[in-house]
Ligand binder design. Structure first.
Ligand code: PLP
Length: 397
């Protein structure tokens, strides 16, 4: 009898893993499915970025192993962008590491930081790579529930000192997936100070920093003084440039953190595709021109969807960052039950809050990945789904 690891067993299966299969069945049956599930927008990467990729693929040198060093031009473009975007200087060789999507770095950092029994503080609901990497690395996850009470912020000062003493790693992500919360600078300053006091590495996951609305500008964690002592920041090409499947991001931070992550990764992968790194140079060098139209479109989608959902009786904030709506469900309506009903009876894919961990119960997430018109149509269908699910609840009682 083959026995699999206890670490693997500790990672529960995703509660709505059957969504893609149900969606396929419905589409085959001719149902007009609206997919607001994964954070994968319906618009393509910028045309000039695609052209650069096409040309790069024809260069045989781009088909070689990239290794951890990758393409020097990509490192240069990423550090140039960080200078323009945040006013921060990073050495492209020693303070930056290309990643196969930022998920790669987030999931592998715990292998460089944690020993058995060391604690990583994981915000929940949250991106599942944090807990995945922590558990697979043998660390001990401490789940911090993100709630409206704290503005969906992790308030480290509320954690017992004994816990902070054992904590080696903290994951933070603002603008946040899935709650769409943003973090004020004074909050980040407080948090960096606590991390410095307790020797906690701060993994700052920042893939949505450019998707912000109403004049809000999301900072880099390195805008906080002293952050270089404790933080590693993760950036992604996925969301700003719609390059999700191309798999490219990077980590930035002090040389000893970058070296440590580099060492872990050198045992498990051989770096991102060089042609994709070449294409990313075009994207990053033109970010100031390429990103505003994306933000304008997401703003239209957000405004249309928020208004339509409120008309249907849902309670939600209008977010200032990321590409998600975090929608509260009425007391007693289970998020998995609601999401399944909305999909099977009304052809709308959403993600149940519980899919981001038990603390996400009571909410569902809509990704702004389809047109404003489709989002309004989805809101109408979700309103009908909610009325039916509540009707069942009332009938049962
Ligand atoms: C919070 C968060 N972090 C990281 C990622 C991973 O992005 P990437 O495509 O760069 O791996 C995502 C993707 O959805 C995300 O939502």
């Amino acid at each position: 009898m083959i026995r699999l690891s206890q670490r693997l067993a500790a990672l529960k299966g995703y509660p709505m893993a059957e969504i893609p299969a149900i969606k396929r069945r419905l589409v085959e049956a001719g149902v007009d499915v609206i997919d607001t599930g994964p954070g994968d927008a319906d618009y393509p990467p910028p045309a000039e970025v695609i052209t650069t990729l096409q040309r790069a693929v024809e260069n045989p040198a781009m088909s070689k192993y990239g290794f951890q060093q990758g393409l020097p031009a990509f490192r240069r473009a990423a550090t140039d962008w960080m200078r323009r975007r945040f006013g921060l200087e990073f050495d492209p060789v020693t303070e930056l590491l290309p990643l196969i999507g930022s998920k790669d770095g987030l999931a592998h950092l715990p292998f460089a930081v944690l020993d058995p029994g060391d604690v990583a503080i994981i915000p929940e609901p949250g991106y599942q790579a944090y807990i995945g990497g922590t558990v697979l690395a043998g660390g001990e996850p401490y789940i911090y529930p993100l709630t409206a009470r704290t503005g969906f912020l992790v308030e480290l000062d509320e954690a017992p000192t004994e816990l902070l003493r054992r904590t080696r790693l903290l994951f933070l992500n603002y603008p946040n997936n899935p709650t769409a919360a943003i973090a004020p600078l004074d909050y980040l300053e407080r948090t960096v100070a606590t991390c410095r006091r307790h020797g906690i590495v701060l993994a700052y996951d920042n893939p949505y920093c450019d998707l912000t609305f109403d004049g809000y500008r999301a900072p880099s964690i390195f805008e906080v003084s002293g952050a270089r002592e404790v933080a590693v920041e993760f950036f992604s090409m996925s969301k700003s440039f719609s390059m999700t499947g191309w798999r490219l991001g990077w980590a930035a931070g002090a040389p000893h953190f970058i070296q440590a992550l580099n060492r872990v990764k050198s045992y498990v992968d051989t770096g991102p595709f060089l042609a994709v790194q070449q294409a990313a140079v075009t994207a990053l060098d033109n970010a100031e021109r390429l990103i505003p139209p994306v933000v304008a479109e997401l703003t239209r989608r957000r405004d249309a969807a928020v208004a339509a959902l409120r008309r249907e009786g849902f309670a939600l904030e209008s977010p200032r960052g990321a590409m998600y709506l975090w929608v509260a469900l009425p007391e007693g309506v289970g998020s998995a039950q609601f999401a399944r009903h909305a999909l099977e009876r009304h052809g709308v894919v959403t993600l149940p809050g519980v899919g981001f961990g038990p603390a996400g119960e009571g909410y569902f997430r809509i990704a702004l990945t389809v047109s404003p018109e489709r989002l309004v149509e989805a809101a109408g269908r979700l309103g009908a789904a909610l009325a039916e699910v509540r009707g069942v609840e009332v009938g049962v009682k």
